[in-house]
Design a protein around this ligand. Structure first.
Ligand code: SIN
Length: 312
């Protein structure tokens, strides 16, 4: 009993520890800590969401992005394909500024932008909606000859539950294919066309598109990421029409196989939105899928889209 009491009241004297040493993986954190002009006491941190895709960046205010913050965000995006931020009550201007650090912002080919900001696409669904944006696996506007490198979505209104977005890693999808299948796909191209999807969208919501034409382009089925040099699958059911040089039945069969493969859960993460969360995805190596399971609730925000390069 006495022993128990002694063990209870006796506390280890404080141990003097050496200052924490930086590990190789801490590099960006340290860089941001030294270079950032922020007064934040905790340095920004990159926390992977799964081992395969996605990371949350904590301790950054996207209203005020220093050069070292930018480097941290850029490197995390390259490494994790999609990055997430919480509690970013930022203006449309700040969201545009962040996007513009990565490249030229582009207007959407079918959706008119917000008043005075043609490059800002409203993402909105409520009880009157007949469809929502992105409700199947896709890479944004892959039908464009220069498809977007990235998209930044901030939601200011979220349903109590539901409205998650799925993201899938297209490097992992490519790398998980057999060597024979990879060899078969390497060097093939596919035609992507915005017409069928955008015209169907307009029909559902009763919008007259005035007979306008939509972008279409031929892209490699497997592309090489211009920054990481890694190979990624680049076909999706929203825009890809057929694989060039294959008979229609073979093209359909191969695309169906690839779409089933891309939807494998082990390539994915699922983002649970909160008010003022931001997701920033790299369209060159990730696909995403918005889930509309929250009708009649409202989910609303803004997306900016950054022009990319011709896929090779
Ligand atoms: C989109 O495809 O940009 C929409 C994504 C979402 O609403 O989660």
């Amino acid at each position: 009993m006495l022993l128990k009491w002694v063990a209870f009241v006796w506390q280890e004297p404080p141990v003097k520890r050496p200052p924490e040493r930086l590990q190789a993986g801490d590099f960006h954190t340290a860089e941001a800590m030294l270079g950032s002009g922020h007064m934040s006491t905790t340095p920004p941190q990159v926390k992977p969401v799964t081992p395969v895709i996605g990371a949350e960046i904590c301790g950054l205010d996207l209203d005020d992005v220093s050069d070292s913050d930018f480097r941290l965000v850029h490197d995390a995006l390259m490494e994790h394909c999609v990055i997430f931020f919480r509690d970013q009550d930022i203006s449309i201007e700040s969201q545009k500024e962040l996007g513009a650090r990565f490249g030229e912002l582009v207007a959407h080919p079918n959706d008119p932008g917000v008043d005075g900001h043609p490059e800002v696409m409203p993402i909105h669904a409520d009880e009157n909606s007949r469809r929502v944006a992105g409700e199947q696996w896709h890479s944004d506007v892959s039908c464009d000859p220069l498809p977007p490198m990235g998209s930044i979505l901030r939601l200011h209104t979220v349903p109590e539950t539901g409205g998650d977005t799925l993201f899938a890693n297209m490097y992992a999808a490519y790398e998980a294919l057999s060597e024979r299948m990879r060899a078969f796909l390497d060097g093939l191209t596919a035609v992507h066309d915005g017409g069928p999807y955008y015209r169907e969208t307009n029909r559902i919501i009763g919008r007259d598109d005035g007979g306008r034409s939509y972008p279409s382009a031929e892209h490699p089925v497997v592309r090489t990421h211009p920054v990481t040099g890694r190979r990624a699958l680049f076909v999706n059911p929203m825009f890809t029409q057929y694989i060039v040089g294959l008979p229609p039945a073979e093209s359909r069969g191969v695309l169906t196989l690839l779409y089933e493969h891309v939807a494998r859960p082990d390539f994915q993460c699922r983002f649970r939105w909160r008010r003022n969360s931001i997701a920033f995805w790299d369209n060159r190596c990730a696909q995403h899928h918005a889930i509309w399971d929250y009708w009649p609730a409202t989910r609303s925000g803004y997306r900016v889209t950054i022009r990319g390069e011709a896929p090779v």
